[in-house]
Ligand binder design. Structure first.
Ligand SMILES: [Zn+2]
Length: 117
């Protein structure tokens, strides 16, 4: 992300992101992974390499990884919920960069003003 130099532009950029900072549905802070497995039946096509895909959510709590099986019927919804989290996370990251940039410009403006007097 490109951070503007001027405080006014930084504030404008922050405000624009603030408006985007809302959820239009559930937000799920976990990653969706696909695992391919064999079912154990030697006559099944999975035994010949066409493994069964299974979808899981994984997330961490205090460094420990947890997981949950996602039924195929819920997969489209769950995908949306995890995408919503990714979008919000990126917004927060960008807003943090902008807020820090704003703080830095404030410090340099004060330094300049102090230098002038
Ligand atoms: Zn199978």
């Amino acid at each position: 992300m490109k951070v503007p130099k001027h405080p006014t532009l930084i504030r404008r950029s922050l405000q624009a992101r603030q408006k985007e900072l809302q959820a239009h549905g559930p937000v799920l802070a976990a990653s969706l992974v696909t695992v391919r497995r064999t079912c154990g039946n030697p006559n099944c096509r999975c035994a010949r390499g066409h493994k069964h895909p299974g979808h899981y959510l994984t997330w961490k709590v205090k460094g420990k990884t947890h997981s949950a099986y996602v039924p195929l019927a819920l997969l489209p919804q769950v995908k949306q919920w995890t995408q919503a989290h990714r979008r919000l996370k990126q917004l927060v990251r960008h807003m943090t960069q902008l807020a820090l940039a704003l703080i830095r410009t404030h410090v340099s403006v004060q330094r300049r003003q102090r230098g002038r007097s």
